[in-house]
Design a protein around this ligand. Structure first.
Ligand code: G16
Length: 545
């Protein structure tokens, strides 16, 4: 007989602390009996008015996706949730989930993804929790969830075999409705409202070649609907467009290291005019032109400077925001447009209040994330369409657009160096060394300038006044250069150290330097100060952006 079953576990899981973006652990960890269930139970226990509410559940299709959705349905039924909306086969990108939460007035979204981390049995799995505005849960809620999971010894679920969800339809389990929708349609229609796809189509069909790399992850079906079915390009404009549980063993992080085949096609073989890639769950993007890599910080600046070319944003800009480590290229654009520019900690959740209160229209991060008030997540395919619309309107190449931008606003040379999966002891030692040196750095010489300020970034949310401390160590130089050091909050193996280097140059300065050369003195000075290469035993970072 079907019934609500209470399951008891012997000792609590102590490690369910959400990082920068939800709970992220190895797939093996998530397969441990009751591990996922206890986290979901902790989430549901912290949500007011859960009974009778609507939830959105889906994921990026990685190994474990369907099984997790079934478990969540059973737990939600036991908690008397009113309705769950899922998608065919459980495929749902993070920005599409954000859109659905908003459009269907859902109370909560549960997104199964470890984002840009590898998938498969030997990869990672994760759960992101989004609130009713469509955005990631704020820190206050994730802390409550974590505290609950620390001592939780019981969860309940409704013992009922969940039917398959390979096609649209609905079923009922206990008193709860489960609606299965086509996850792609509603997202694509949102894009059609924002962009003029005909203008993009005319430009692309007129000898401007593009290639989109879905990295065998969730964006393949969305990209096919947009580029092939709506815009009318041939299938050849897509690569790695079939979602696979292990992402075909690719590491679905759209950067020059992990999307190296795409990078090679654009930067070395020069085979296309435009290239782009999205990550596992479709919120990150990388933009490339023929022989031209667009740094994500520059992408944010270019997008902000060109909103008037996009139907969805004409004369609609209220302000812009960037995370602290993102370069100040967008600040120069905001100044010119006479709109405010906010600086927030790393993590999309910090943009939520600014977007909800209409203080900003566009926001972005150096970590290959850009977005706007259309949803409450960064949105990879949105960014790709935004770029294509600018190029179609201006009828120029990516390289021309970048050169025009830099000569108008100046160029911020910028680079991020990642030391991935290093022993946590070493990462902490480097971090603590710099933290202890900060108070004495002020007014000292660093590289070719004096240190104007050196601190650990903290942020007060302008709307709810929440203060977030310890958000990254920064050294700000008198010549406007910045060096920032953070420990990643999304890795699952050891620790990942992120170093960010930035140097501004005036618009009439030299604009065509390689960023690594332009930043070399800052890179060397930081290594001299902290002995990073010696301590990590690495003579170069794992990833350079
Ligand atoms: C997540 C957040 C982003 C944030 C990034 C930082 O990205 O959604 O807002 O910029 O983490 O990652 P880290 O702490 O490793 O630097 P995603 O794409 O993993 O959800």
């Amino acid at each position: 007989m079907d019934k609500v079953t209470h399951i008891n576990i012997k000792k609590p899981f102590k490690d369910q602390k959400p990082g920068t973006s939800g709970l992220r652990k190895s797939t093996l960890q998530f397969q441990e009996p009751h591990y996922l269930e206890i986290f979901v139970e902790s989430v549901l226990r912290q949500i007011n008015n859960l009974e009778g509410s609507t939830l959105i559940v889906g994921g990026d299709g990685r190994y474990g996706n369907k099984k997790a959705i079934k478990k969540i349905i059973q737990i939600c039924a036991a908690h008397n949730v009113g309705k769950i909306i899922i998608t065919k086969d459980g495929f749902l990108s993070t920005p599409a989930a954000s859109n659905l939460i908003r459009k269907r007035n859902a109370l909560l979204g549960i997104i199964l993804s470890a984002s840009h981390n590898p998938g498969g049995v030997n990869g990672d799995f994760g759960i992101k929790v989004n609130i009713s505005n469509g955005g990631p849960a704020p820190e206050k809620l994730t802390n409550q969830i974590y505290r609950c999971s620390q001592s939780l010894l019981e969860y309940k679920f409704y013992d009922f075999p969940v039917p398959d969800f390979a096609s649209q339809g609905s079923f009922k389990i206990k008193e709860m409705f489960v609606e299965i929708i086509d996850g792609v349609e509603e997202y694509v229609s949102l894009m059609e409202k924002i962009f003029d796809l005909d203008q993009i189509g005319d430009y692309l069909q007129n000898d401007f070649s593009i290639i989109f790399d879905a990295m065998n992850a969730v964006t393949g079906p969305y990209a096919r609907e947009l580029f092939v079915n709506k815009i009318g390009l041939s299938e050849n404009c897509l690569m790695n467009s079939t979602p696979l549980p292990n992402f075909g063993n690719l590491h679905p992080d759209p950067n020059l290291t992990y999307a190296n085949k795409l990078a090679d096609l654009l930067l070395n073989k020069r085979s296309f005019d435009f290239g782009a890639a999205c990550d596992g769950d479709g919120d990150r993007n990388m933009i490339l032109g023929r022989s031209c890599f667009v740094n994500p910080s520059d992408s944010l600046a270019v997008i902000t400077a060109n909103t008037n070319l996009i139907p969805g944003y004409k004369n609609a800009m209220t302000g812009v925001a960037r995370s602290m480590p993102t370069s100040m290229a967008v600040d120069c654009v905001a100044k010119e447009l006479n709109i405010p520019c906010y600086e927030t900690p790393t993590g999309w959740k910090f943009f939520g209040n600014l977007l909800d209160s209409d203080k900003i229209t566009i926001c972005g991060e150096e970590s290959f994330g850009t977005g706007s008030n259309h949803v409450r997540e960064k949105d990879g395919l949105w960014a790709v369409l935004f770029w294509l619309q600018i190029l179609a309107a201006k009828k120029c190449s990516v390289m021309d657009l970048m050169n025009q931008h830099w000569s108008k606003f100046g160029r911020n040379y910028y680079s991020r160096h990642d030391y991935e999966a290093i022993p946590s002891g070493i990462a902490n030692q480097i971090y603590e060394n710099l933290e202890s040196l900060l108070p004495n750095l002020k007014n000292e010489k660093f590289s070719n300038s004096l240190v104007l300020d050196a601190d650990n970034f903290s942020y007060e949310d302008p709307i709810d006044k929440t203060i977030s401390t310890n958000q990254g160590l920064r050294i700000i130089l008198e010549n406007n250069s910045r060096i920032i050091l953070r420990l990643s909050g999304t890795g699952t193996k050891g620790s990942t150290l992120r170093l960010y280097f930035e140097k501004s140059s005036l618009s009439n300065g030299k604009l065509d330097l390689n960023p690594q050369m332009a930043l070399q003195d800052l890179i060397t000075s930081l290594d001299d100060l902290l002995n990073i290469s010696t301590l990590t035993k690495m003579n170069r970072p794992t990833v350079i952006t």
